[in-house]
Design a protein around this ligand. Sequence first.
Ligand SMILES: N[C@@H](CCC(=O)N[C@@H](CSS)C(=O)NCC(=O)O)C(=O)O
Length: 233
Amino acid sequence: MNTSTLVFRQLFEKTSSTYTYIIGCAVTRKAAIIDPVLETAERDAKLIDQLGLELEFGLNTHVHADHITGTATLSKIFPSMRACLSDKSGAKADRLLANGEMLRIGKLEVQCRHTPGHTDGCCSYVLSSEGIVFTGDALLFRGCGRTDFQQGDAGRLYDSVWKEILSLPDHCTLFPAHDYNGHMSSTVREEKQFNPRLTLPKADFIEFMANLNLAYPKQIDRALPANLKNGEL
Ligand SMILES: N[C@@H](CCC(=O)N[C@@H](CSS)C(=O)NCC(=O)O)C(=O)O
């Protein structure tokens, strides 16, 4: 991580175990927030102000099912912030991003890589110069996003994670949207070696994902309709 050009914070929302990230250019103070949560949006806005950052983008990795995004709240606090989602999300946002599209944040360049499978519209955000990837729910620490609702497709998830994330250099640091056991980050090298799901052959992965038997997220009924409208209640 090149700390001379990057301002970086990892924040946590405990009800949904969501990680929110602030990334900023240390030179120009331009910044983005990744996967903010409604309940902690004001906390994050205060930190952005205290760090002297100018919030340009609110980047959602996908239409979340387990919490309401904080991008609508942050747009009110920072009117020049543009809320972004994948152009395959089927949801409303200020800017819909194509696969491979680059965003400039001061001297930082962030690439949107589509990583569907958990949902159709999942994407990861890659800061190549810093060797950092925000994987959303596509790839979690020693795990991955579930594929049993919201257009979930285990075969598609397997292909997109291997093609768009695990093909990056081994040293890249991976920051997920959630962790339920206290882990905060991983690397491409570790997940290629130790991820118990993604290291399976594809057919076995598909069978494994079909038998996860997870309970539905508690907030799904309020989160999905709101998140299709950028978190507007
Ligand atoms: N208990 C939580 C929901 C937990 C959950 O389903 N997490 C999702 C990501 S949020 S849709 C997931 O993909 N989990 C994968 C896994 O293996 O845990 C709640 O009620 O919100």
